[in-house]
Every structure is written in C-alpha cells, then in structure tokens.
Design a protein around this ligand. Structure first.
Ligand SMILES: C[S@@+](CC[C@H](N)C(=O)[O-])C[C@H]1O[C@@H](n2cnc3c(N)ncnc32)[C@H](O)[C@@H]1O
Length: 212
C-alpha cells in the first residue's frame, strides 16, 4: 500500500504544481482537462510525436509539455498561426482575449519560458491545414483545439489522424460546447470500429486508436 500511496501522492504534488502555473495563463481549458492532458503526455501508451492543434497563449501546451518533460518523453509540436479564431476577431465574443498586437505568439512564447517548457515545445506558427502538408511523423497523442468550425475540425481529424500509431490517443476539446467538434466526434468516432472511447472529462472527448 505504501508504494502505491507514495506514487499517487507524488502525482498529486506534480499536478498541483502544474495547476499553480497554468492558472495564470489566459484560456478556456479547465483544470481537470489539463490533468487529463498531462496524464496522457506523461503515461500515455505508444511512441510517437505529440501534436497540439490550437495553443493560443499556451495553457494546454504547458500542461502537455510538463507531462511529457517530467518523464523525458516526446517533445510537443504546437500548431497555431497565433492570429486567433473567429471568436477572437473584433466584435466577437472573445475579442478581448486577443493581445493588442493582434497575435498570441509573443505571450505564448513568454509563457513557455516562464513555466519551464520552452525546451520541450516545437512551435509551428502555421494553420494546421498548411502544417500537415509537411508532416511525416507517427503520432501517439493528438490534441485538437484549433478552429472550431465543423469544416476545420473535420479536416484536422481526417488529415492528422492518418499519422496515429496503434494505441495513440486523440482528444477533442469543446465537445458539446461547439458544434464543430461535437459533430466530428459523433460522426467519425463514437461508432467507429477503429477507435475505442476512453471517456469524457468536462468538454474533452478522448479516444484511443485501435487499428494499424
Ligand atoms: C480555443 S483556442 C486554443 C486554446 C488552447 N488550447 C488553450 O488551452 O488555451 C483556438 C486556437 O486555434 C487557433 N487556430 C485558429 N485557426 C487555426 C487553424 N486553422 N490551425 C491551427 N490553429 C488555429 C487560434 O489562433 C487559437 O489560438
């Protein structure tokens, strides 16, 4: 019992530490969602790249990178043009979250440095549909949180899932919050024989790739 307790307690301490850091980063990711991303990056099955689509100011990036860095696992490819989504444009709901310079790139990089993961993240400052054209690595963890419109989430799923290795985990943020990810998960994953449902944590929908 002591061994299990020590292990669990160490994880709780580590999670508390990351939570203290990430709560200072502006964004929409909830704490338990961050814990799930951290756990997958740290203990998730299979080997391969970790890819995040949509990093904004780095909230999810720090959770993921802290997880993989703590066990010296794969670096995180973080894809975002850093120009914000439709909802961040002037006149839209989340416009005030956009820095006055019109890009989240500088805040993002500053947060990676400030929270100790600058060396564990490979920023790709492009739209995911462009970044995938030069991609050729197997992926063991894919986190989709970019443009939330159906057409874009569908494209992210179809284009990037081609690189998933057997046992890889795919996570969608904003399931049942935005219609784009909700429709993609319901249409392509919920009854697919290629994916098994891991579960739902807040608005994260988590699946494991079975084939290949
Ligand atoms: C909801 S935010 C991501 C939040 C982030 N995961 C976090 O934890 O704070 C969506 C991000 O997707 C980015 N984005 C918009 N269109 C994109 C595209 N075509 N490819 C990649 N990222 C995109 C936006 O710039 C924005 O930073």
């Amino acid at each position: 019992m002591q061994k299990e307790f020590d292990k669990l307690f160490k994880e709780i301490l580590d999670l508390t530490n990351v939570s203290e850091k990430t709560k200072n980063i502006d964004g929409w990711l909830e704490e338990m969602e961050g814990c799930a991303l951290y756990a997958i990056a740290k203990f998730g099955p299979a080997k391969g790249a970790i890819v995040e689509i949509g990093s904004f100011k780095g909230k999810s990036t720090v959770w993921i990178a802290q997880g993989s860095k703590s066990r010296n696992r794969e670096k995180v490819y973080s894809i975002d043009p850093h120009t914000g989504s439709v909802e961040n444009k002037p006149g839209h709901k989340f416009a005030s979250h956009m820095p006055p310079e019109g890009t989240t790139k500088f805040v993002f990089l500053r947060n990676l440095k400030k929270y100790g993961v600058y060396d564990w993240v490979v920023p790709i400052i492009k739209k995911s549909e462009d970044a995938v054209k030069n991609w050729n690595k197997p992926i063991r963890f894919l986190f989709i949180d970019g443009d939330h419109r159906y057409k874009y989430v569908r494209n992210d799923f179809l284009e990037w899932s081609r690189y998933l290795v057997k046992g890889a985990i795919i996570a969608f943020h904003d399931y049942y919050v935005w219609s784009g990810p909700t429709k993609v998960v319901n249409k392509y994953l919920r009854s697919s024989s290629e994916f098994s449902t891991l579960g739902f944590i807040k608005s994260l929908a988590l699946y494991q790739y079975l084939k290949k």
